[in-house]
Design a protein around this ligand. Structure first.
Ligand SMILES: [Zn+2]
Length: 211
């Protein structure tokens, strides 16, 4: 128990349901290159009786499932968390469910810990490749976590009937021209210039005069 707490504390994992923790060195073959990694083995288990499906107190423990999650690195080395997660079976409706931890993101191998570290580092001007190197993950994974869920606003090739516009001081004290749809208040465009010539050229080149 004391050893569990020490390892979890060193790894900055704050979930008391994660127990029987051990750490060992291991190797993986990454496209022909042998990589030295740290493997953290642990179990995630707690008591649960109420079925999330039928609501009856008829859940029983029903084996464990092993998952491989990635933890944030401290030294550029890969940290893998091999977690045995408790499964439950409902004796009333027959549905199954698994133990969950706040550390984990459903259907993702990257833990919240690694995601939070990426967001923290991105605020401090680290490049994608330097974040990947320090965290022991690929640059494409860092990019996917940072930009994967970003839904860019859809731009129309036509301008709305009524346009509101203004200018404001943005990054590095540059004046930026902003325009929005007067009716919906949706952003239409941002142009990092305030000169009429640039703005006219921008709008003529980008939007059709038809309609
Ligand atoms: Zn049930």
């Amino acid at each position: 128990m004391f050893q569990d707490n020490s390892i979890l504390c060193a790894l900055n994992i704050k979930d008391n349901n994660i127990k029987n923790v051990s750490v060992c060195d291991s190797k993986i073959n990454n496209k022909g290159v042998i990589k030295h990694i740290k493997v953290v083995k642990a179990e995630l288990s707690y008591s649960l009786t109420r079925c999330p499906q039928c609501g009856k107190n008829t859940l029983v423990k029903n084996g464990k499932r092993i998952t491989n999650q990635r933890l944030a690195s401290f030294n550029g080395m890969e940290y893998h968390l091999i977690l045995k997660k408790q499964r439950f079976l409902c004796k009333n409706c027959g549905s199954t469910c698994g133990a969950h931890s706040d550390l984990l993101v459903k259907n993702h191998t990257m833990t919240k810990q690694i995601k939070n570290r990426i967001f923290d580092m991105s605020r401090e001007s680290f490049t994608l490749s330097s974040m990947a190197k320090l965290l022991g993950i690929s640059a494409s994974t860092v990019s996917r976590i940072l930009y994967g869920n970003t839904k860019l606003p859809e731009r129309s090739p036509y301008l709305p009937e009524n346009l509101c516009f203004d200018e404001f001081r943005s990054v590095k004290k540059v004046f930026t021209f902003i325009s929005i749809d007067a009716k919906t208040h949706h952003l239409i465009d941002l142009v990092h210039d305030r000169l009429s010539k640039t703005l006219i050229e921008h709008f003529i080149n980008k939007y059709s005069l038809k309609r």
